[in-house]
Design a protein around this ligand. Structure first.
Ligand code: ZN
Length: 352
C-alpha cells in the first residue's frame, strides 16, 4: 500500500522527478555528495504532495471485496441463506438452473428449486439472480453446438423473459471445460465467474475462511465464495453456526471489506476503469467532475466512491447541483459516493 502510494506521488510530479534524477546522477559521481544527495532525495520524496483526489479501488473506500455466490437455485437457499445474511445486511448472488425453475410456489411439482416468483422478490431485495445454464449439463469437449447454445443462450432468453431483465453474470455448471463456452457466455454476460473459493464441505473451517478475508484485504483482492447447501445437499456446512461465525467476521471488517453481489463489484470495477475524474482540493473543500465513458448508465449504476485525502476533516457535505450526495469519513479519507450518469457530473464538497 505504502509502496504504491509513493510510486504514484513520484509519477505525478514530473518536474520533481527530474530533480531527483539529477540528484541521483550526482550521487553516482561523487563519494562526498552521497550522504547529502541521499538526504535530499529522502526530504524531497517526503515533501511531495499525495494525489489527493481519487476513485477508490472498491466501493466505500474499502481495500477488498467478497462476493457470496450460491449455486443451483436450491429451495432452501431462498429461505435459510437469505435469512443468515440478513442481520449483516449482506446480499448474495444466486446462480439458478433456468430450465428447472418453476413459476409459482406449489410445493409438489416444484421440486427443490426456488420459484421465479421468489427470485423476483429476492432481486427486489437487492440480491443478484444470475444464469447457471439451462439444465446444469456439464459442457465438456464434444458437446454439440446446439446444446451449448441452449445451455447458455436459451437460458439467457428465458431468464430475461421471466425476470424482466437480462442476467449480468454467468457461472459454468460443474465440470464445464468446453473451449467455446467462455466466449459464448461472455458474449451476453458481462461477468463470467472464474476462480472461486469453495465454502462448505468437510475441509472448510471458519478460521480458514476468515484467513481468506484477511489475505484479500492485505492484497486488495476480490474473492468469490461458492456455496451450495447449509444444512444439507452437496458440500454443505458441517455446522451452520460456522458459516454464521464467518459472516460475523466479515461484518467486523466492513471498513475494509465490501461484501456485495458479483454484478455490483464487476460493474464498479468496469466503471472505475472507464471513469474520468478531474478537480481541485482546497482547504475548505473540493470541487470535481466525474463521468464514466461508454457504459450504459441503466446497467452500470453502482455509485463510484471518490476519496479525498484529508485526515483533519471532521464533517463533510457534498452536492451535485441541488442533490445532496452521501458522504462519510473512512480509513482517514473523506468519501463521496457519486452516482454514474454518463454525463459529466459536477460535485461540490465542503469540509467543516
Ligand atoms: Zn452448479
Amino acid at each position: 500500500m505504502l509502496k504504491y502510494d509513493i510510486n504514484k506521488r513520484i509519477l505525478h510530479m514530473d518536474a520533481k522527478l527530474q530533480v531527483i534524477g539529477w540528484l541521483a546522477d550526482t550521487y553516482k559521481k561523487d563519494m562526498f555528495m552521497r550522504t547529502i544527495t541521499l538526504l535530499a532525495i529522502l526530504l524531497l520524496t517526503a515533501a511531495l504532495p499525495a494525489a489527493q483526489l481519487e476513485i477508490a479501488e472498491y466501493y466505500g473506500a474499502r481495500s477488498a471485496a467478497l462476493s457470496l455466490t450460491y449455486d443451483d437455485g436450491f429451495r432452501h437457499q431462498g429461505a435459510e441463506h437469505v435469512k443468515m445474511m440478513k442481520p449483516y445486511g449482506f446480499k448474495g448472488t444466486f446462480f439458478i438452473v433456468v430450465g428447472q425453475t418453476k413459476d409459482n410456489k406449489p410445493p409438489k411439482e416444484w421440486g427443490n428449486r426456488m420459484s421465479w416468483e421468489l427470485l423476483r422478490e429476492m432481486h427486489k431485495d437487492g440480491h443478484e439472480i444470475a444464469n447457471h445454464s439451462w439444465s446444469h449439463a456439464a459442457l465438456k469437449k464434444g458437446v454439440p453446438q446446439d446444446t451449448l447454445d441452449k445451455e447458455v443462450n436459451y437460458a439467457f432468453d428465458v431468464f430475461k423473459q421471466k425476470m424482466g431483465f437480462a442476467p449480468y453474470s454467468f457461472a459454468f455448471p460443474g465440470g464445464s471445460r468446453h473451449k467455446e463456452v467462455p466466449g459464448l457466455a461472455e458474449a451476453r454476460h458481462p461477468c463470467v465467474r472464474g476462480h472461486v473459493l469453495t465454502y462448505g464441505g468437510n475441509r472448510w473451517t471458519t478460521d480458514k475462511a476468515n484467513a481468506w478475508i484477511d489475505e484479500s484485504i492485505a492484497q486488495g483482492k476480490w474473492n468469490v465464495a461458492m456455496i451450495h447447501g447449509i444444512k444439507g445437499g452437496w458440500s454443505h456446512f458441517r455446522n451452520p453456526a460456522d458459516f454464521d461465525a464467518h459472516l460475523k467476521y466479515a461484518k467486523s471488517k466492513e471498513d475494509l471489506l465490501w461484501v456485495a453481489p458479483m454484478a455490483d463489484v464487476h460493474k464498479y470495477l468496469a466503471q472505475k476503469k472507464a471513469a474520468t475524474l478531474k478537480g481541485k482540493v482546497k482547504k475548505s473543500g473540493a470541487s470535481f467532475e466525474c463521468y464514466v465513458n461508454g457504459l450504459d448508465a441503466d446497467t452500470y449504476n453502482v455509485p463510484l466512491t471518490v476519496t479525498i485525502k484529508n485526515a483533519k476533516v471532521k464533517k463533510v457535505t457534498a452536492k451535485a447541483g441541488s442533490k445532496k450526495l452521501p458522504t462519510y469519513l473512512r480509513n482517514g479519507l473523506v468519501c463521496v459516493d457519486v452516482p454514474v450518469t454518463g454525463k459529466p457530473l459536477k460535485v461540490e464538497v465542503s469540509f467543516k
